[in-house]
Design a binder for this molecule. Structure first.
Ligand code: ADP
Ligand code: MG
Length: 381
């Protein structure tokens, strides 16, 4: 197909990865009349696989072939999809969106931060730790301590990261990370964390951006996101501009989520990208005209944007690990701190079969009606 062809409803969209992001993408796509095929390590047991028209295993050759025969366009909901699988699909003339360049960049923290630097979107200070020599050279980089040593690949939800107080602890931290390629990053006092979700589509120069959302983490895992963020208008606008710049530079056709840190002095720093829907954007299901998931489908199918913009303020709270076992009691108890579901509160459960510590099992959105101060800044075109 040509790059700016419209993918019409009725076509099968393939999704690489079948977690909660795939589930919510599938729900949005079905509502718009698309059919969904999913490849995930857990196949039909995965959250998206349970409701897709077809699901197979990401590691099974016969399933990959069957997926390839079905799909018209492919998107992803997981950064660690093998790049060679994506290249194989592209070689068979199946577009994979947001794109292999954005995917490969997001898979490697060193490459990702260098890309941001090259695009003049300033990241936290960092340097690579991939050899004995790198380790020794870090001795003189006092500005990076206290720091965080992060594996370049396969980290998520704070996994694959070790805090390092001083140079003396670096080798031990690297050993903990099995001497894999890492980056050492300055550990900062962060005033707040922001994220922006940008949508860009093949036939159109007009970008849509949602956010910034303000994010709070616990143990490296996202706990809550809220909109609007408490950042100043200047910082918020800067974050949106930077995210758009990166989406263009990466030639994204689909969604690009960009995470930022705001330092105590108000300085905005790049943290990382994800070429997919983002946990911080879940509240767009209830608080926006068009959710991030529908926006993703519109972008990959090259449909017009339609109505975009956040119409309400809101807060999303993740349900993590065995918190999911208590939600019925919480609903009944009306305890304000937990999962009480009242008017303007929306519960999402992902149908994951196994509860594991730190695993995202669902989320709750609390929507606030717009007050007189609500600016509806959420979508900037
Ligand atoms: P992940 O891929 O696991 O999301 P991140 O690099 O975004 O990895 O780190 C997860 C969280 O850990 C961040 O959202 C932030 O709360 C904290 N964190 C990461 N890097 C730093 C840093 N350099 N300084 C302070 N906190 C950090
Ligand atoms: Mg992150």
């Amino acid at each position: 197909m040509t790059s700016d062809q419209v993918v019409s409803p009725g076509a099968v969209i393939g999704i690489l990865g079948g977690g909660q992001l795939g589930l919510m993408l599938t729900l949005a796509a079905r509502r718009m009349g698309y059919r969904i095929a999913v490849l995930d390590p857990a196949g039909a047991e995965s959250p998206a696989g349970q409701i897709a028209e077809w699901a197979g295993s990401l590691t099974d050759e016969a399933d990959i072939k069957a997926f390839t025969r079905r799909v018209f366009v492919v998107t992803l909901e997981w950064e660690n999809v093998p790049v060679n699988l994506v290249e194989r699909l592209i070689a068979q003339n199946i577009p994979v969106r947001p794109g292999v360049y954005a995917l490969a960049t997001s898979q490697d923290r060193f490459r990702e931060k260098n890309f941001a630097l090259k695009s003049r979107v300033w990241p936290t200070r960092f340097r690579p730790i991939g050899s004995e020599r790198d380790l020794l050279m870090a001795k003189d980089c006092t500005e990076l301590f206290p720091g965080i040593l992060k594996k370049c690949r396969d980290g998520y939800d704070g996994k694959g990261q070790v805090s390092v107080e001083s140079f003396g602890g670096l080798e031990c931290a690297w050993k903990d990370l099995k001497y894999e390629s890492c980056i050492l990053e300055e550990r900062m006092n962060i005033k707040c964390e922001l994220s922006v979700i940008v949508a860009r589509r093949p036939g159109d120069q007009e970008l849509v951006a949602y956010g910034p959302f303000e994010n709070e983490h616990e143990n490296g895992i996202l706990r809550t996101s809220r909109y609007p963020a408490g950042s100043s208008r200047e910082v918020s606008e800067k974050a949106v501009r930077a995210a758009k710049k990166l989406a263009v530079a990466l030639d994204v056709h689909g969604l690009l989520a960009v995470e930022f840190f705001v330092k105590e002095n108000g300085e905005l720093l790049f943290n990382e990208i994800a070429p997919r829907p983002h946990n911080s954007g879940h509240l767009t299901i209830e608080c926006a005209e068009t959710s991030q998931f529908e926006l993703a489908i519109r972008a990959i199918c090259n449909l017009p944007w339609g109505n975009v913009g956040l119409h309400s303020a809101g807060e999303m709270r993740n349900i993590i690990g065995d918190e999911v076992n208590g939600w019925e009691a919480d609903v009944a108890s009306a305890s304000p701190k937990t999962c009480r579901i009242g008017p303007e509160e929306f519960l999402h459960l992902y149908g994951k079969r196994e509860v594991r510590p730190g695993r995202k099992m669902g989320h709750i959105v609390r929507r606030r009606p717009p007050d007189e101060h609500f600016q509806g800044l959420g979508s900037t075109r």
